[in-house]
Design a protein around this ligand. Structure first.
Ligand SMILES: NC(=O)c1ccc[n+]([C@@H]2O[C@H](COP(=O)([O-])OP(=O)(O)OC[C@H]3O[C@@H](n4cnc5c(N)ncnc54)[C@H](O)[C@@H]3O)[C@@H](O)[C@H]2O)c1
Length: 370
């Protein structure tokens, strides 16, 4: 049977929208056709359309939602706009893919979950750092039980952002970016940690702004207690001389390590990972387990392949609303812990003072999508 080609519309034709096409749809022409693009800066949308030969160019989400032949809307706009756009798409029966950070609060994630339940359409949040053969193998060993008990993990996100980066109007402010390094950069690696050894049971955190003259945090450290009593430490900065991400996961039978520099700092799922068995006798069993994972594609391509398969079969998406909720819950807990200098217990429920958001500034919305 032929695979169905899904018509896609991309909303927000900036930096990350290029990745969705170059590192995703361009590799999957039998599954996706980028039919429309939309940006309130119409010149930017036109240039995007020219780069990727996109047939339709519009300046407003409402115009996309009135196109009956658009199957999937991909939201690549600044963070404060995600919620209203996701809801507008669901109400028009369009499947939605939405960039991170998914929305601005746990209350908003729960509202999207309720909207999805009423809609014929489905939502997939983006966490493309998850996808690649190296991490797939590590996760397979952990899930098989062979790694044994998780003891402790340390996760570093050391990125570099200078004044140039903050020239884009929406960055650096709570009302538009919603948060800093914890929300915008480290959210990916923290999602990987939660995917491997979560959920979180309790968190402590310090955060500060020291690198750039911005409103949101650009340095943070946190300690986590996980559901099984094991521990993790997180550090995140936007002031690193060299961009580096580092994961070290220490289990009863094996330690997994991954360091990525420069461009590879965004690709923690790629091979190689360093896998150190506790005793040499375990090496063969771990290697055999890792060999059970068939090699596949990575990053956006893999997430979109799995998205297409899941839409066809009705299976869960490779990143679910529950995953987006866990990432927003972690940020909520870290902000609450930092503000109160107290340990915050998870899960964070609707009665928590930060359930409706981790900052007080009013959200900026420039869209009339909803
Ligand atoms: N997954 C990743 O690794 C990754 C990387 C970078 C950015 N992001 C996320 O992607 C989102 C966009 O970031 P970016 O760096 O591409 O931003 P950007 O500023 O480069 O692009 C955003 C675009 O949205 C357009 N826009 C704003 N309001 C709009 C509206 N109402 N309707 C239509 N278009 C509108 C802007 O004109 C701009 O062209 C953010 O949520 C960001 O956190 C994710």
């Amino acid at each position: 049977m032929d695979t169905e080609v899904l018509n896609v519309a991309i909303i927000g034709c900036g930096w990350v929208a290029d990745w969705h096409v170059q590192d995703g749809f361009a590799h999957l022409p039998k599954r996706f056709n980028v039919l429309a693009c939309c940006d309130r800066d119409i010149e930017r949308a036109k240039q995007f359309a020219e780069r990727y030969r996109v047939e339709r160019v519009v300046g407003d989400l409402g115009e996309v939602l009135s196109m009956p032949d658009v199957d999937v809307v991909v939201i690549c706009t600044p963070p404060a706009l995600h919620y209203s756009m996701v809801v507008a798409c669901l109400r028009k029966g369009k499947h939605v893919v939405c960039e991170k950070p998914f929305v601005a609060s746990l209350a908003q994630v729960d509202a999207v979950i309720a909207e999805e339940a009423k809609s014929t359409a489905r939502v997939m949040p983006i966490f493309q750092y998850r996808f690649g053969d190296g991490l797939a193998k590590v996760r397979h060993v952990i899930r098989s039980g062979l790694a044994g008990k998780h003891y402790v993990s340390s996760i570093d996100t050391a990125k570099r952002r200078d004044a140039n980066y903050y020239q884009v109007e929406w960055r650096g402010k709570f009302a538009t970016e919603l948060g800093g390094v914890l929300l915008t950069q480290a959210i990916h690696i923290h999602d990987v940690l939660l995917w491997l050894v979560g959920p979180v049971q309790a968190a402590a955190c310090f955060k500060t702004t020291r690198v750039n003259p911005i409103e949101v945090e650009d340095c943070a450290v946190a300690s986590l207690q996980l559901h099984d009593g094991s521990l993790a430490s997180l550090s995140a900065t936007l002031g690193s001389a060299r961009q580096t991400t580092r994961l070290r996961l220490c289990f009863e039978n094996v330690t997994f390590e991954k360091t990525g520099h420069d461009e590879n700092s965004s690709r923690p799922a790629d091979e190689p990972w360093t896998v150190i068995p506790r005793v040499p006798e375990l090496a063969a069993a771990i290697e055999q387990k890792m060999a059970e994972v068939a090699p596949g594609s990575a990053w956006f391509v893999r997430q979109y392949e799995l998205f297409h398969e899941a839409l066809a079969s009705g299976a869960p998406f490779p990143v679910t609303l529950a995953d987006a909720r866990a990432s927003i819950e972690l940020v909520t807990g870290l902000f609450a812990a930092s503000e109160s200098c107290c340990v915050v217990e998870f899960p964070i429920g609707a009665d928590h003072p930060k359930y409706n958001g981790w900052f007080d500034a009013p959200l900026y919305t420039n869209d009339a999508g909803a």
